[in-house]
Design a protein around this ligand. Structure first.
Ligand SMILES: [Zn+2]
Ligand SMILES: [Zn+2]
Length: 438
């Protein structure tokens, strides 16, 4: 096993916050001192999605919510520890670092590593190995600027700690920044030096293997250092070609090649820290991992990129457990979930109730997005085993919002997704070969 340590930190642990109720445990280690950063006692009023009554508590709540976002998507039997601090970082009235996060280490050639001689971010390497390769260090280090809002730092801007809705003017949404930075920490980055094209300690990393120069058709794993330098500054032509992203990318209205490849950020002038390890700003709707923060970005292909590099998603096996955002149809065999996006926000579709009853029978379910009384779409899974040995899926919406329906066969593990692009009146699907009987 090889190890590449990129950052070193050693700070006292003062508080542990575990994120419960999910297959993946993400533990936030609050490494700030008394009275500062995540422990700032300044009283504040609650904001949307965040009931904290002090600045420090609102910061921790937003951090926990961002960690829960990933904990609820990705599957790992090994707990992920995030070492988090707020400190005064480099800042002036007009520009400043708002935060940074990264994998604490990269590992290669560990037990069960999918590819030899290939770096994997620590949390992903642990997941693939099935145990913690180094239990003495956290998997992700994160640091955010506590000076934002001071008269000398980004004058006129303030952190905003609300969750789930677009931030007010002149604020930086802490939750969204952390959701973005945690994805980097989970492996959404290459450790190739884009200025020289050199690979870290001469080895590939799991991310670079899916980067493609579309005009030559070569991936970064097939290129020389010089070719990688050129590819990193090739706007529109640097693509992600991983299969999970390609399958999911049809929902994008822009930033996508007809082949399904998705554009990565590759401006003609290299931007260290931004080029290559983000989606292109051309993606529409705006995606979470673009280099510049956008209001309430979508996650339509970011989770799939993490899947391409080796993460598995939760609940690819196991029984359907119905809740406010999960419907179980056909005696619990099929699990149905809906994600939606508007121009300003996104979220999970909620199972609708009529007159206090769940609007969910054994073969159909209705969903709301914005208000419990406002029907947006319906999904049916029909047993047609005696007709063509298939389960059929029929679905549509009365909405021009973007949506993706995820259906999982808990018996076989097979999945189907159906999507509608934001701004188009809902597509209707009538899939008479969706799942195989019995
Ligand atoms: Zn391509
Ligand atoms: Zn980033």
């Amino acid at each position: 096993m090889r190890r590449a340590a990129l950052l070193g930190l050693s700070i006292a642990v003062l508080l542990l916050t575990a994120i419960p109720g999910s297959a993946t445990t993400i533990t936030i280690v609050n490494a700030d001192g008394p009275g500062e950063g995540f422990n700032d006692p300044t009283p504040v009023a609650a904001v949307t999605g965040n009931t904290g009554t002090t600045v420090g508590q609102q910061r921790l709540n937003a951090f926990a919510a961002a960690a829960a976002y990933w904990a609820n998507r990705l599957s790992s039997s090994v707990a992920i520890t995030v070492h988090a601090q707020m400190n005064p970082l480099s800042c002036s009235p007009t520009s400043g670092v708002i935060g940074s996060a990264g994998a604490a280490d990269f590992f290669s050639d560990f037990p069960s590593a999918p590819l030899a001689g290939t770096w994997y971010a620590s949390a992903l390497a642990n997941k693939l190995a099935g145990f913690d390769l180094d239990s003495s260090t956290p998997e992700i280090n994160a640091q955010f600027n506590s000076s934002v809002g001071n008269s000398t730092c980004l004058t006129g801007l303030n952190w905003w700690y609300g969750i789930g809705v677009t931030q007010p003017a002149n604020t930086i949404p802490f939750y969204e920044i952390i959701r973005h930075e945690l994805a980097h920490g989970l492996g959404f980055l290459t450790i190739v030096n884009p200025a020289t094209g050199a690979r870290a300690l001469g080895q590939d990393d799991a991310f670079m293997l899916f980067l493609e120069d579309h005009s030559t058709g070569k991936t970064w794993g097939q290129m020389s250092d010089v070719e990688r330098v050129v590819s990193a500054k090739d706007p529109g032509d640097l693509h992600w070609v991983g299969p999970h992203v390609v399958t999911a990318s049809s929902i994008l209205a822009a930033g996508r090649h007809p082949s399904g490849h998705v554009q990565m950020y590759a401006p003609a002038v290299l931007q260290q820290g931004s080029s290559v390890s983000h989606w292109d700003t051309a993606l529409t709707p705006d995606e979470l991992m673009e280099p510049n923060a956008t209001p309430h970005p979508a996650d339509l292909v970011t989770t799939q990129l993490l899947q391409d590099i080796g993460w598995s998603l939760q609940q690819t096996t196991g029984a359907c457990i119905g809740d406010a955002t999960t419907a179980c149809l056909q005696a619990g065999r099929f699990e149905v979930k809906v994600d939606w996006q508007s121009t300003t926000t996104n979220g999970a579709g909620q199972v609708m109730s009529f007159g206090g009853q769940q609007a969910e029978s054994d073969e159909s379910v209705f969903w709301w997005f914005f208000s419990p009384t406002n029907f947006e779409m319906g999904v049916k899974v029909l047993n047609a085993c005696t007709v063509n040995s298939k389960f059929w899926v029929f679905l549509s919406g009365l909405t021009d919002q973007g949506w993706t329906v995820h259906i999982r066969d808990t018996q076989t593990g097979a999945t189907q997704t159906y999507s509608n692009t934001l701004g188009q009146l809902s597509r209707t699907f009538a899939d008479t070969s969706a799942f195989t009987c019995p």
